[in-house]
Write a protein that binds this ligand. Structure first.
Ligand code: F6P
Length: 429
């Protein structure tokens, strides 16, 4: 029997609805986490559907004049060095503006931009293109943060490859001192800026208007790199999984109950001592039941509910293919953007997961997220910086814990398959 339901595929390119071409210009002394912040913002905005790219002036320098420049190259008295650095910054800025002209949405200009004069120049060039500029400054005098940053990122950078770590640290601190001697913090009341002081101890928003810059504030107020595992797992096998049916609110199968026990054991064994594990589930029974051996009161999020299959809820993939061939064809053609009639697309799922991601970024303790296939694909894509359009094909098998540990510029991944081994009839491709 063929049911007459037409496919609903949004015609726009992801992000186009809210396209608000913007330049974000980083500001800060070396080792203040500018690149870290820039990349985090890029990952977040790209995931939300706003094509974003970071233009890092340090990489231009390494590519064009080589990595190993001694600290004095950066001295304000070294006129030649200053000119080279200025020209490199302008090349990166021009490349960013060209990329934005060709359809990019958010350009992140990652340089120290440490003087008012430089920032005026950036604004002037952007203004000529009709582009608003928001400065993002990381202002930090906490020596423990700076030392950790130098140790964890700078000394591993190509600038100091093969150099004795102590000598490299000394050289880098001298480089910082040169920048310090000419540094001017953001204080122009007419400029649009976000100033992050001491890694979020204080955050100042000045003239932040518009949808896109305002969306950054919740992310920026609590960025940190406390090493803690994020565990992602689907619920234990459900009655629907056994029969290949999608959606619904089924209970766990006996094999799913069994998985819940193994998962609890896994968490007990792997949770760092003295740290409480936050357990998050959707509002659906199969995730809450999977959590019961760990906690009786998980934090339940509606936003973690599985993709809404609308009129297809409760059907098997074969039924959809035979009874609603147009739905099947349209979804197969563009699984990311296809919205089930009276249901959701992957793109919709990403938008509703935004508060979950913001909260996940804030967490400092281990977090176990027990959810569903499509939802976990979307969260995984964010954490692993995968293009959102790839979400629908990311592998998230049943009875598997995906452990992601945030590091300075990404996440380390480990996967643990736990018993019992089950066949997943509704794995979806
Ligand atoms: O089959 C399990 C399930 O969680 C369904 O409830 C959901 O519709 C599906 O996976 C999502 O996967 P896909 O997008 O591949 O159909």
């Amino acid at each position: 029997m063929e049911r007459a339901v037409s496919g609903v595929r949004s015609k726009r390119v992801p992000g186009e609805r809210d396209k608000a071409t913007t330049v974000l210009s980083m500001v800060g002394l070396p080792a203040r986490g500018k690149t870290y912040i820039g990349r985090r913002v890029a990952r977040y905005l790209s995931w939300l559907g706003h094509p974003t790219r970071v233009f890092n002036v340090g990489s231009y320098r390494r590519r064009q004049i080589g990595a190993s420049q001694p600290a004095d190259f950066f001295a304000p008295t070294n006129k030649e060095g200053r000119q080279v650095l200025h020209d490199l910054a302008m090349t990166a800025l021009d490349d960013m503006l060209a990329w934005l002209r060709e359809g990019g949405e958010v350009g992140i200009f990652d340089a120290t931009n440490s003087t008012k004069e430089r920032r005026r120049l950036v604004e002037e060039r952007c203004r000529k293109e009709g582009l608003p500029v928001v400065f993002i400054e990381s202002f930090c005098n906490d020596s423990s943060v700076i030392e950790a940053n130098v140790r964890d990122t700078k000394l591993k950078s190509p600038d100091y490859v093969d150099m004795d770590p102590d000598a490299a640290a000394q050289d880098f601190l001298r480089r910082i001192a040169h920048y310090e001697s000419m540094y001017e913090t953001l204080d122009d009341p007419n400029q649009s800026y976000i100033k992050i002081i001491d890694v979020g101890r204080q955050v100042i928003l000045n003239r932040i208007h518009g949808y896109l810059p305002a969306r950054l504030a919740p992310l920026l107020i609590d960025l940190h790199v406390s090493p803690r595992p994020i565990w992602l797992t689907r619920h234990g096998q459900s009655d629907y999984n056994r029969h290949g049916r999608i959606g619904g609110d089924p209970e766990l199968s006996p094999a799913g109950e069994e998985y819940a026990k193994h998962l609890a054991e896994f968490v007990r064994k792997n949770a760092p001592r003295d740290q409480e594990v936050a357990v998050w589930t959707s509002t659906l029974r199969r995730t809450i039941s999977t959590a019961t051996k760990i906690t009786r009161s998980p934090r339940t999020w509606r936003a973690l509910d599985e993709i809404d299959a609308g009129v297809c809820d409760g059907m098997t993939y074969d039924q959809v293919r035979i009874e609603m061939p147009d739905v099947w064809a349209a979804r197969s053609a563009d699984k990311f953007r296809y919205r089930y009639p009276r249901g959701e697309s992957y793109e919709d799922v990403i938008q509703r997961l935004d508060p979950v991601i913001i909260q996940l970024e804030r967490q400092r303790s281990p977090t176990l997220v027990i959810a569903h296939q499509a939802v976990l694909r979307a969260i995984y894509a964010y954490l692993m910086d995968r293009p959102p359009s790839e979400c629908p094909s990311i592998s998230v098998p049943l009875h598997t814990v995906i452990q992601l540990t945030p590091t300075a510029y990404g996440c380390e991944e480990k996967r643990f398959a736990l018993p019992p081994n089950v066949e997943d009839q509704g794995a979806g491709g």
